[in-house]
Design a binder for this molecule. Sequence first.
Ligand SMILES: [Ca+2]
Ligand SMILES: [Ca+2]
Length: 331
Amino acid sequence: MITWIRSGTQGSKWRFADLTFKSSKPIQFIIEAMVGGNQGRIAITDIMVYPSESGSCPPERECTFQGSLCGLLPQPAANFSWMRIRGSSQPANSSGPATDHTLGTEQGFYLSAHLWNHPVGARGAMMTAVMEPTASDGECLMFWYYMEGSEVGELNIYLQTFENSRESVPLWTQKGNQGKHWRHGRVTLRSSTPYQVIFEAIVGTGERRDIAIDDLTVLDGHCPPTGVCDFEMDFCGWVNSYPVNPQSRVDWDWLSGESEGHHVPLRDHTTNTALGHFAFFNPISHPKSDKEQVARLESETMDAVERACLEVWHYAAGWLTDSEYSFVHWC
Ligand SMILES: [Ca+2]
Ligand SMILES: [Ca+2]
């Protein structure tokens, strides 16, 4: 059984992973690496396997929903609670994802609001365990969400504290169709007292409907502002998507100046060091083929504005022939 998988570049830096598991029989783990593109390295180190009383890896800073609900509980005041499911177990009237975000397979679990089961306007909510106050700079909660289909519903995140009376502060909201993609969201948590985070889904009028979340991660420090991505941590809200001719799809890679490869910039623009990261179009070598290769990076949907500005630092080297790159926007 595959319990964890990553594919494509993870940036040239060490990344941490933890998995919770249970087994009534002796078990073995197998770590398998498979060659993908035409260059790259995969390394692992510092493995620890140990029993834990709560069945989870402390401290739980990342939640894949693979083994458990990571301590999330139904919010008592809500109309219904969310459930941990796999993509393969959805009914036809769900618009949820076929695969989870962690593994990208039908075996991967995610948290589904089961919106198809509930009447329009009903409210389903889950809350975290009570968390310790944050540092003054806050913490960044990153998550992935899936909302596909017209009038699918609404996803809200609140921070609840217990001073005086219970108070819920709205932190983040998204409504309606966000396309057939897992989308990235992030929100800064700041509280000088113990708090809980609440994930709330409100049922929309769409006939096929669901809202799902996966891969919650909490990092120290506040989140970068919306619309800003320096590619230091990850791709922020940007996702590799299909070009007009899907056959020509190549993904943007996430590299640093230390990455191997032809024409890789030696320094990134953010940090001006070899340690900084960037998105890089790394065409697959086809010595005998002139197959078209298009890498397309798509942002999240931004709020409507009268006028706005897109700034980007770009770099192109090599290629004597007619490669091109362009920005497209649509409303
Ligand atoms: Ca998952
Ligand atoms: Ca950078």
